[in-house]
Ligand binder design. Structure first.
Ligand code: ATP
Ligand code: MG
Length: 285
């Protein structure tokens, strides 16, 4: 499913003294089966933008077209939102906003039940989704609120996976996780992408962006300030940019200061870098 965002603007608390123009005339097109990163400083509008993709927020201006679904700012009532949410799953930035049932299993089964699957089927789907995020049956009867931050995040992701959406939108899914936790989540996301899903990843982690995303959108004050490949973004950063360079790029920079002469654009992951360094060491005898 492709996503076509046309001239979308959104204002919080419209017509009040606190009104805030969070999105200003955003136009973006994401092809089917793409892996897109969305980055930008805090408050730039990332979470606001992605909440438009399944109609949690409705634009004040513009429209969003996702296959046969259309969210139109001009319509007072949006049609078919429930159906759209079967296809576009959004995992919130703060898992606490998403978890609400008494137990982990019930929480994850809520989505399929809501989409009219029978109790037994919904539970089976929930168990599959929990297994895929590495949550085993010891957790089924726990309250989601007694879990650690990383566990809550995984249960929240499972809650969306249980619906089996075509487009998976993840708002900072690795925030606060240790490196192993990040790897578990990103391996899962990559696997879902390889199975044909479209992935939209909001992140502050530039190394993840470089490693996984085909395209990146940078938001600045509610506007698109960059839309292209991650490599091109990092190759052309200037000192005034609020975007950090990936750790791997600063590492290459340090190696180059010691005479390595490695092109950052040849490297997307630590594995690439190790290969290049090994090759150079071999060449030098
Ligand atoms: N419910 C709300 N009511 C009023 N203003 C809001 C609300 N939610 C967000 N905003 C404002 O809209 C702007 C964009 O917020 P948003 O949460 O989309 O940013 P973000 O890019 O996701 O930031 P972060 O990286 O901190 O998650 C911010 O200035 C924020 O203060
Ligand atoms: Mg956010």
């Amino acid at each position: 499913m492709s996503i076509d965002i046309r001239k979308v603007s959104f204002t919080y608390l419209k017509d009040s003294i606190n009104e805030h123009h969070a999105l200003k005339d955003i136009s973006l097109f994401f092809e089917d089966h793409s892996f897109i990163g969305i980055v930008g400083e805090t408050g730039s509008g990332k979470s606001t933008l992605i909440q438009h993709l399944n109609g949690l927020l409705i634009p004040n201006e513009g429209e969003i077209i996702i296959d046969e679904f259309k969210i139109d700012s001009k319509k007072r009532k949006q049609k078919n939102l429930k159906n759209l949410r079967k296809h576009v799953g959004v995992v919130f930035q703060f898992p606490e906003y998403q978890l609400f049932e008494e137990t982990v299993l019930k929480d994850v089964a809520f989505g399929p039940k809501n989409f009219k699957y029978k109790e037994e089927e919904a539970l089976a789907m929930a168990k599959d989704a929990l297994a895929s995020v590495g949550i085993n049956e010891d957790y089924y009867d726990k309250s989601p609120f007694e879990l650690s931050g990383g566990e809550k995040r995984r249960v929240a992701i499972a809650g969306i996976l249980a619906i089996n959406p075509d487009i998976l939108v993840l708002d900072e899914p690795t925030a606060g996780l240790d490196p192993y936790g990040v790897e578990v989540i990103m391996n899962l996301v990559l696997d879902l992408y390889n199975k044909g899903k479209t992935i939209i990843l909001v992140t502050h982690d530039m190394d993840l962006l470089l490693k996984y995303c085909q395209k990146v959108v940078v938001l600045k004050d509610g506007e698109v300030s960059y839309n292209g490949t991650p490599k091109n973004l990092f190759d052309n950063l200037d000192d005034t940019s609020s975007i950090d360079i990936p750790f791997i790029y600063s590492f290459i920079h340090k190696l180059n200061e010691r005479g390595f002469n490695i092109k950052p654009s040849d490297v997307t992951s630590i594995h690439d870098l190790i290969k290049i360094i090994k090759g150079r060491i071999k060449d030098n005898g």
